[in-house]
Ligand binder design. Structure first.
Ligand code: SF4
Length: 347
């Protein structure tokens, strides 16, 4: 068995001194390492704050806009007077066009299933449904047209309708007297001037009673494959929030947007923007905190920025609710809309 011989006293003392020195050196090195780590952490934290600040500045286009947008929204609700927005750093035309096209690409990823939200099976049905959609929702139109088209499926049938009977059929869509007059007029015009067919040219369509550029573009884009920008209330609002236009007039908005995007994109761009307006970027309370294109939007902050609260503002398939079409396209990820509820039975 091997045993370690005992050290003499002087040797023991030297060893103890050496151990103490080693311990001190280790402790100093460790302290230095901790201090170095702390400094590094501090630097990272500082960088994060800087990044966050920069992101805050750029994400919303301008934080100044954000700061002033809320009072403006409150003022709209009659709570506090709107303050004047401070001047924003101007964006060059080229940068705006790049950002606009990126928004379109992001919306295409977000809504690959974007489509017209009116149910139709041919150009005449689409034309009628679009006329009926004025001042009401597409859902209400979709719940109304199955009965209407069962009674009068062609322009000839509709033109021969008793006005009161037609008014009764379209009553749920509102403004039914004026709309019935337009439908009777446009059906007669299709029968008498266009051989019972819906024409595929804008200049012909706008000559029909009750048909303006918006309706004509919807029909051209979705029944004839002719590119068109559809400026409804949602499209106009979002185009202004995105900074694509400052115009309020629909024709001016259409002209401004047409200069930003290639013609081939016009129809689908219209659907995507309208989809986003209906689901996320609402008129009164946009769901900014749940908006996928917030980093590209100069109006970020006009609505709810808290992610959880914003999520509750989402509509249709994004909010887990039925869509507007009773017969949506096959790729629509949400549930179809319900048919019109039958009138309550008399007691
Ligand atoms: S929801 Fe907010 S961030 Fe998104 S597009 Fe609308 S205003 Fe811009």
């Amino acid at each position: 068995m091997n045993e370690t011989p005992e050290k003499p006293a002087a040797a023991k003392k030297a060893t103890a001194k050496k151990t103490a020195a080693t311990k001190t050196a280790t402790k100093t090195a460790a302290t230095k390492a901790v201090a170095k780590k702390a400094a590094a952490t501090k630097a990272v934290a500082k960088k994060a704050v800087t990044t966050k600040t920069t992101a805050k500045k750029t994400t919303a286009g301008t934080s100044a806009k954000k700061a002033t947008a809320k009072p403006a929204a409150k003022a709209a609700a009659g709570k506090t007077p709107a303050k004047k927005a401070p001047a924003r750093k101007p964006e060059s035309r080229a940068a705006m066009v790049r950002r606009a096209r990126r928004i379109n690409r992001e919306l295409a990823e977000l809504y690959p299933y974007a489509h017209p939200e009116l149910d139709f099976t041919n150009s005449f049905e689409l034309l009628v449904a679009t006329v009926l959609s004025a001042q009401t929702t597409d859902l209400r139109v979709n719940q109304t047209t199955p009965r209407l088209f069962a009674v009068c499926p062609t322009p000839e049938d509709m033109a021969a309708m008793d006005p009161e009977r037609l008014e009764e059929l379209i009553r749920p869509t509102g403004f039914f007297r004026a709309k019935a007059k337009s439908l009777l007029g446009l059906s007669a015009a299709l029968r008498d001037r266009f051989g019972g067919e819906v024409p595929g040219r804008l200049e012909d369509l706008v000559t029909l009673p009750g048909v303006g550029r918006k309706t004509a573009n919807v029909v051209l884009g979705n029944a004839f494959g002719v590119p068109g920008i559809t400026v409804d209330t949602h499209f106009g609002r979002l185009a202004r929030r995105f900074g694509w236009t400052t115009a309020e007039d629909a024709e001016k908005v259409e002209a401004d947007v047409a200069e930003i995007f290639p013609k081939s994109e016009w129809t689908m761009l219209s659907h995507r923007v309208v989809f986003h307006g209906r689901r996320v970027c609402h008129s009164r309370k946009p769901a900014c905190g749940a908006c996928a294109i917030a980093p590209l939007c100069p109006a970020y902050g006009e609505g709810e920025t808290d992610p959880e609260k914003a999520k509750k503002l989402l509509k249709y398939e994004l909010g887990g609710k039925p869509g507007q079409r009773l017969k949506p396209p096959a790729d629509y990820p949400g549930q179809p809309a319900p048919p019109m509820a039958p009138p309550a039975a008399a007691s």
